[in-house]
Design a protein. Structure first.
Length: 129
């Protein structure tokens, strides 16, 4: 079993690879109020769950997009749209995840997720949505 320090280090490595240094630096620079929370998600979400070998990162990204869409967690969805691209999902695969999610989580949720994805793609590469 790994120690907290090992899980924290592995979690930070994965978190930076998936979300990018700029986001992780901004999130980590928050007030002392959120310091314990940032440590918690780095160790548990990233150092425990994302580090597990049972699913590859593309699959984890697809599942994450589906859950965030279903729950209407727009801020995190936008963040994870970029992460999904970074993890190797194509825009077509992301569209398939959102379409599939619409069947099970509802058309309004998927409709909003498609709008956010379109904007995120335009922001990343103007004219390439």
């Amino acid at each position: 079993m790994s120690t907290d320090d090992e899980r924290r280090a592995e979690g930070m490595r994965i978190r930076r690879e998936v979300l990018g240094d700029a986001h992780v630096d901004r999130a980590s620079a928050r007030s002392p109020l959120s310091e314990d929370f940032q440590d918690f998600i780095t160790r548990t979400a990233w150092g425990d769950v994302w580090a597990r070998p049972g699913l590859d990162r593309q699959t984890r990204s697809a599942v994450t997009l589906a859950v965030l869409t279903a729950l209407g967690r727009e801020h995190e969805l936008v963040l994870h749209l970029g992460a999904a691209l970074r993890n190797g999902l194509t825009r077509d695969q992301i569209a398939e995840v959102l379409l599939h999610t619409g069947v099970y989580a509802g058309v309004p949720a998927a409709n909003r997720a498609f709008a956010l994805a379109e904007q995120e793609f335009v922001d990343r590469e103007p004219g390439q949505a």
